[in-house]
Design a protein around this ligand. Sequence first.
Ligand code: SF4
Ligand code: SF4
Length: 276
Amino acid sequence: MNTTIRKSQTAVMKSFDNLFIEMSAKCCNQKCNHCYIDFPQFKKVEDFINIEFIEQSLNELKNTNIKCIYLTGAEPMTHPDFNAILRLCLKKTNVCICTNGSFINEKKARFLKKVEDESSNQIIFRISLDHYDEIKNDDVRYRGAYRQAVFAIKHLLKYNFLPIITVTNYYKEDVNKLCKGILEIFSDNSLQISVQPWHDCNSKLDNEITKWARLDCEYGRTLTSKGVYTCPFLANDYRGRCGSSFKDFSTSVPLETNYCMTCTNCNHEMFGINFQ
Ligand code: SF4
Ligand code: SF4
């Protein structure tokens, strides 16, 4: 029998800059077409990570110079202890909230500014907005997503936050045109836009991965209620499992999934911010 075994490259952690905390694996108030999360069709899931487990994990990482903690999801702001977890993480370092923006209104933006002012660290936002055209955006996300994201970004700007607009390039459009169109909505050229490729869940890893720019698994790890994983893409996936806690976790990962193919096609990290 002729069996072909594909070799896989290994990515090794270079520094622990980013800690991603998966606030919930499957709880989101939306169901976008292009989301890489496999949501149950009819059941509402409330699988929130426990605040005590986060506290224990941060203690295990007390000697690590983490530059940013990312509150991710599904949608992190659905977590009932969101405010307490935000304050806890801000005691350690800067916190980036990765959200669809639907929970942010004037009152929330004002409150978040007050929380930031009480801390010596910074709150950063990554808000998802996939297109400057409302119909194209809402076709891939959900009806009303465009207005919610624009509303959230405008209120964050009002309270002197500078959110990073995170664009999944679902339509494979010219990146410069996409960024220009989005900046025109806000008439603010100082806004940062991060464009990343869309991960097609049906794609196959056909060839060996040989080169890449920067990968999230080289600069951080993801904490979920089940333990430590390489990155948000492989959270709770056995192929990304690094250990049950930060007392002892793996710092290398074979690049053997179709998610890895999407990451290596991106010229920067898919989830993290490059602080260098
Ligand atoms: S808002 Fe984000 S987490 Fe929720 S379904 Fe859309 S892409 Fe997925
Ligand atoms: S999916 Fe991306 S970040 Fe995760 S292990 Fe693969 S290459 Fe690394």
